[in-house]
Ligand binder design. Structure first.
Ligand code: ADP
Ligand code: MG
Length: 303
């Protein structure tokens, strides 16, 4: 268990139910993020470390993004400067059209800024081309979307395994199954591994999507309106999973939402308006999803 990545293979990670009980010393994210930066020989067991020299996990400087549509230019981001530390749980809020998804797409290396800097673990990635972005994205970033984005007619287990086929590491079929099943256990779907999305509720589909987002062992989980299609109890259940992953596994979470009460599950709220950050503050009274769930009456028909 000497490898920085061993945490994910610890028995409690694999344990059924909503497992993850054993507290993993305060901030494992520190260690994990340092496995990063430039080691070109990816996938090896010794990902040696500590080149991060105190750089925040994410830092953006005067980030701008414009879309040209015919003779109209839409300024989606108009100069955003901020940093996100490893292990943070940041909520990004703002009205529709304020630039939240554009910001997430750039953080997630799905898109490139028009101008400005993006430093990921101290490395300037703003000029990376598509291929370099894809390599880095597959190694460091997990995504969860409002619409789940699962493959239809494909089981939960297969959906979760899928990213392992594309991340350039050689993982045997048996290892893929084992890992995917362990993650389904973590999100409380032990008994649903062989169901297809149409056989699952919205909340269950989002759990599959969360498991899938974790399978390649990302540093950062980017969740764009993950509760946007869910009822309030199910939303709290999803937030419980995100809080637990953040707290116990040290995964950095960036949660995009237009709902302020959902934002309060994070530790910091960044408010966008018209492509700019207008507030950036700690959450005064953070909500605790696990405690809220415990106080609710049990659901009518337990899964
Ligand atoms: P939010 O997620 O906060 O609703 P977005 O980042 O999706 O905001 O959009 C910010 C602005 O950029 C909006 O005016 C939107 O219409 C525009 N926009 C976003 N994506 C594109 C695109 N691919 N092409 C053109 N305009 C876009
Ligand atoms: Mg959006």
């Amino acid at each position: 268990m000497a490898s920085p990545r061993a945490w994910r293979w610890s028995p409690d990670w694999r344990s059924p139910a909503l497992g993850l009980r054993r507290g993993q010393a305060a901030r494992p994210a520190r260690t994990r993020s340092s496995r990063s930066s430039s080691a070109p020989s990816s996938g090896g067991s010794e990902e040696v470390v500590s080149a991060s020299s105190g750089a925040p996990l994410v830092r953006v400087l005067d980030l701008r993004k414009s879309y040209v549509l015919g003779d109209v230019t839409v300024h989606a981001l108009r100069g955003v400067t901020l940093a996100i530390e490893s292990g943070a749980f940041v909520s990004v809020v703002g009205a529709s059209g304020s630039g939240k998804s554009t910001f997430m797409n750039i953080l997630g290396l799905l898109d490139r800024p028009t101008a400005g800097g993006y430093y990921l673990e101290g490395e300037d990635v703003s000029g990376f081309d598509k291929d370099r972005r894809a390599v880095l994205r597959n190694r460091k970033i997990g995504f969860v979307f409002q619409n789940f984005n699962l493959l239809p007619r494909t089981t939960a287990l297969e959906n979760v395994e899928l990213p392992l086929l594309y991340n350039g590491r050689s993982t045997s079929a048996a290892q893929r199954h084992q890992k995917a099943q362990a993650l389904l256990n973590t999100v409380g779907l032990t008994a649903r591994a062989h169901h297809t999305p149409s056989q699952l509720s919205g909340g269950q589909q989002q759990r599959v999507a969360i498991a899938r987002s974790l399978v390649a062992e990302p540093e950062i989980l980017l969740a764009d309106e993950p509760t946007g299609n869910l009822d309030s109890r199910t939303s709290i259940e999803i937030m419980e999973i995100l809080q637990r992953l953040n707290r116990e596994k040290g995964i950095t979470v960036v949660l995009i939402t237009h709902e302020h009460d959902i934002a309060e599950y994070g530790t910091r709220t960044i408010v966008f308006r018209d492509g700019r950050v207008i507030h950036d503050e700690p959450v005064a009274r953070r909500r605790d999803a696990a405690a809220e769930l415990a106080a609710l009456p049990p659901p009518e028909n337990e899964a």
